[in-house]
Design a protein around this ligand. Sequence first.
Ligand code: G6Q
Length: 521
Amino acid sequence: MSFKDLASFEPLKKLSRAPIDLSVDGAINEKRIEKLSAENLGFKLLYATERVSQEVMEKLFSLAQEAKAIEKMHAMQEGKVINYIEGFESEKRTVLHTAMRDFFENPVSTMQAKEAASLALAELKKLELFIKKIDKKFDAIVQIGIGGSYAGPRAIYEALKAYQEPNKKVFFIVNVDPDEAAFVLKQVDLKKTLFVSVSKSGTTIETLSNEEFVRDHLKKAGLNPKDHIVAITGKKSPMDDPSKYLESFYIWDYVGGRFSATSMVGGVMLSFALGIDNFKKILQGANKVDKSVLSKDVHKNLPLLDALLGIWNRNFLFLDTLAIIPYSAALSYLILHLEQCDMESNGKSVDQMGKFIEFYSGPIVFGDVGTNAQHSFFQFLHQGTGLVATEFIGFRKTQYSEDFKFANSTMQDKLLANLFAQSLSLAVGEKSSNYNKLFLGNHPNHILLSNQLDPFTMGALISHFEHKIAFQGFIWGINSFDQEGVQLGKKLANKMLDHLSGKKEFGLAKAYLKHLESFSK
Ligand code: G6Q
């Protein structure tokens, strides 16, 4: 059934004509902050500052039920083919990133899920041995990869740098921009550096170019590339050639790139940098959330709750942008990961039945860490003409034991005070007869709060957002697991390159080349 035909759609539309005005005096009070909150697995979701009432929430819960959101989540984790578009050529795959960490309690018992989990566990065991073997040999690791083979792993690494083992350095080569690779290679001692070349398809030109660039450097330094490069790729991909690598690790087509951070795509670099035990804690945190999203109790299913608040803002209040603002410098790369994970998954205009949708799907996602963002684009959030929904993330405790008291409060107190103040001020606003100082308020936002950013919590956070995004896709009836939208640009880039190398003429390339060539005149 299409999203707009769900029984709760019209009642929600009616409710959206007069949603609560958060800027009215007393609209946000202690009782509301107490009541509009949910808690599970060490996370609290505080949503008093969303434009929702009890009635709206109940209808949103019904909407999720009518869309069979939980049933679809079961189907996903059980390994049913859910990555497809009816009536059109499509990937027709299962979606089993949750199996990459389903080795703890109560594993999913279907054959597909069990087989995927056991293959993943075998890779993890291989990784454990590999890390022991190479531990003393290398002091730096360079992950070569792009898109899903970069953003999630980097988000996790940056989040957990506080747990990094001493004398281990981590670098990333992502872009096909030779300056990026050259700069990284300048900073490492090649003799003591391990490169992990990560490409599920084994065909991504950026990654292949960078790997060859690195091979060339290693050879020129008198080193054997095979002793320094590890491959992480799909079985039978063009990169699946163990004779060229120190070790080869595998992933499978049922793990989408942007959902692959907890597979070997993130595993090798994270285990090298943070230790295998910390990597396992990340997996455990993610797995706990995977189990929680199978719960029909929406108050214990925080990703579903988060998804529904997003749907309210997107489809009923018509907000097209979502700002992600973590009040934690360590989460700066989470934003990049979520930009990809959300927009690549839900930036779709066709539903799973192959029909154009007549409602909005995924929002524009952007962000920066707080308080930095306050000193840049928050002006727009408070007084701009576009309405933006905001998702704040915060932690009670610091990662390092260091904090500092200045002007009567600690720095962590200042960070958290700013987080709550921004959430409130966006919602409540401020009256003034000076229009330039008037804050209309009523900007919906919520806070995801936890005690401390540690490996378990980071794994849980990654899984939280993976499932929030999947739930939205399930409710909208779209396929969140393919990414056809990125193909056209790739095709045209290849035509441009064919023109540049003289292989085949491309008229439009000529027009651009003319501009490039004009610089040499
Ligand atoms: C993610 C996308 C995409 C992909 C990259 C890298 O979901 O599919 O971002 O991860 O294009 O692909 P490879 O891992 O195949 O090099």
